[in-house]
Design a protein around this ligand. Structure first.
Ligand SMILES: NC(=O)c1ccc[n+]([C@@H]2O[C@H](COP(=O)([O-])OP(=O)(O)OC[C@H]3O[C@@H](n4cnc5c(N)ncnc54)[C@H](O)[C@@H]3O)[C@@H](O)[C@H]2O)c1
Length: 256
């Protein structure tokens, strides 16, 4: 891997984003870390100790012009190719559908989690199509497979992202662009605190209740996600295409 291979990460300043950037840097990518929150991005640079192969740019995935500007800047780099896109930006809120104002929340969630990913994939895949190479990795959720009580818009946005991934796998496969989705289970990041109250998050992630629902006996963490992202970004086969990887410690197999 040479640093002329560029990986674009959205929502890079968050829990998963930080681990994904660190892991892709480690295997030799030049990482373009983007996020709507510029202060948080600056914090990311400090946490990663200013690596030479990391560039950061503010980008709102909901704003096509903002996405286009970042991609144009990347394309101006000499001898660089935009090989990997990680659609990771996302938001959540507790929005029981009978709650007042829940549709305002719902539109925003679908805009960021689904339309945002579509914006990025559509602009980036045109560049990848010209190169005849690309890897697009979408961070979905088990909520997009099972639904989530109190998170209908979130679950719908992630189900949409899974179906978009499968559609892109069909459309872009002939151009040597492969598309996958990861569906993480419950992982400890700031986002978890936005969906359940702090005292509901088990401190060690290894409480009795967690052990009873997750066969591996713990909640997930950002490194679980970054390991799989890096595997998908670097593996040489183009035969993992349209695949949705459930990354949930076996939660989906249920309890017997
Ligand atoms: N934490 C979990 O349990 C979990 C489980 C399954 C899936 N996910 C998904 O993983 C992804 C990352 O989650 P996380 O836990 O790291 O959350 P996080 O809140 O730590 O990070 C999300 C990041 O997205 C950024 N963002 C929000 N709106 C944006 C926009 N319009 N444009 C660009 N960036 C924007 C935020 O600023 C933040 O830095 C999300 O898509 C989330 O839905 C998380």
């Amino acid at each position: 891997m040479t640093a002329s291979q560029i990986a674009l990460v959205t929502g890079a300043a968050g829990g998963f984003g930080t681990a994904i950037c660190a892991s892709l840097l480690e295997v030799g990518y030049h990482v373009v870390a983007t996020d709507i929150n510029i202060d948080a991005l600056e914090g990311l640079i400090e946490r990663l100790e200013h690596p030479a192969n990391l560039t950061y740019m503010q980008m709102d995935v909901c704003d096509l012009d903002s996405v286009q500007e970042v991609v144009d800047t990347i394309e101006q780099r000499e001898n660089a190719s935009l090989s990997v896109l990680i659609n990771n930006a996302g938001i959540i809120s507790k929005n029981f559908c009978l709650q007042e104002n829940s549709t305002i929340d719902a539109k925003k969630i679908i805009d960021v989690n689904l339309i945002g990913a579509i914006n990025c994939a559509s602009i980036v895949s045109r560049v990848m199509g010209r190169q005849r190479y690309g890897r697009i990795i979408n961070i979905a959720s088990v909520a997009g497979i099972w639904g989530a009580s109190g998170g209908s818009a979130y679950a719908a946005s992630k189900a949409g992202l899974i179906k978009a991934s499968e559609s892109w796998a069909r459309e872009l496969g002939p151009l040597n662009i492969v598309v996958t989705a990861i569906a993480p289970g419950i992982c400890v990041t700031d986002m978890l605190g936005k969906f359940v109250s702090k005292d509901q998050v088990p401190k060690t992630g290894e409480s009795k209740i967690v052990k009873s629902i997750v066969p591996t006996g713990r909640l997930g963490n950002p490194n679980d996600v970054s390991e799989v992202v890096t595997f998908l970004a670097t593996c040489k086969t183009d035969y993992i295409n349209g695949t949705v990887i459930a990354l949930d410690g076996g939660m989906r197999v249920g309890q017997l």
